[in-house]
Design a protein around this ligand. Structure first.
Ligand code: FE2
Ligand code: FE2
Length: 285
């Protein structure tokens, strides 16, 4: 069965009017998410290269079609994140260019690993993402209420599409390798690596803001890391089960509501969420 993977081209506009601390009441959380955004133009092209490298080994026509959907969605994600990241660098954080160079080096090194290993990393990262989708969508009021609508909409659109292609990297890994322990290793390594890269970026931003040495900042960061494990960790534990399949993980209801609200709009349409509205409902103006 082919999955319903729709690559939406969304022309988000990231003007200088967007504050890098896009959630004025949550400075550290803003930079944690900025840090994750910074990694996307390095991580997601790596995922795409890995999927394309596996393509000659895949006979199943449905899975080949899913790979195509996956690659097209990820390409839209990182091109929007790249534009957002450019705004961050231009809007007070030019030193992030140094952090980006370290990401480039990281992926150059990863590229030298075997295809099987790169697929395990990719499947592992995408499994962790299922937990993040669950967390960000279900906790959206606590994380995004009254925050910048463009940043909120970028992140939650990304999460919707992650839910749509959540099984692709897993299926490709299973088709090419299927080694259980490698899959477990990929889940741990992929999640940890991207987490640590994001951390490098948010440390740079918090240093710039003069907050990195502030114990209250450290406490808030640790609280958020704890929240991540509390809310997203369950999906990762599920992913360790030998009979795990991402298709058996239910998506948050909101994801479907978003898809219905977006359906029928053209490529010029930007689905901006109302972060002041109750429940950040996906009803686009
Ligand atoms: Fe993505
Ligand atoms: Fe993805």
């Amino acid at each position: 069965m082919t999955h319903n993977i729709e690559a939406r081209r969304i022309p988000f506009e990231f003007t200088d009017a967007i504050a890098p601390v896009w959630n004025p009441t949550q400075h550290e959380w803003s930079h944690m998410l900025n840090g994750a955004s910074l990694t996307m133009p390095y991580l997601e092209p790596f995922l795409n290269r890995t999927m394309r490298a596996a393509l000659p080994l895949i006979d199943d026509a449905h899975l080949r079609e899913d790979i195509d959907g996956f690659v097209r969605q990820e390409a839209q994600h990182f091109s929007n994140h790249r534009r957002y990241n450019e705004m961050l660098k231009a809007n007070g954080y030019p030193e992030l260019a140094d952090t980006e160079r370290t990401f480039e080096e990281d992926y150059e090194a990863l590229e030298k690993r075997s295809l099987e290993w790169r697929l395990a990393y990719s499947a592992g990262f995408e499994t962790m993402t299922i937990g993040v989708t669950d967390w960000l969508v279900n906790d959206r009021e606590a994380l995004f209420q009254n925050a910048d609508p463009t940043v909120t909409s970028l992140v939650l659109w990304h999460m919707v599409e992650e839910a749509e292609h959540k099984s692709v990297a897993y299926d490709v890994f299973q088709a090419v390798s299927g080694n259980y322990w490698l899959r477990v290793g990929g889940l741990l390594w992929g999640s940890l690596h991207v987490g640590l890269m994001s951390r490098r970026a948010y440390i740079a931003m918090l240093k710039k803001d003069g907050l990195w040495k502030d114990w209250r900042t450290r406490l808030r960061l640790w609280k958020m890391v704890g929240r991540f494990f509390l809310k997203a960790g369950g999906a990762m534990v599920q992913g360790l089960k030998p009979d795990y399949h991402p298709d058996n993980v239910a998506d948050p209801v909101w994801v479907d509501q978003w898809r219905h609200a977006y359906a029928g709009h053209d490529e010029q349409f930007v689905p901006l969420l109302d972060t002041k509205g109750k429940g950040i409902a996906p009803s686009f103006a």
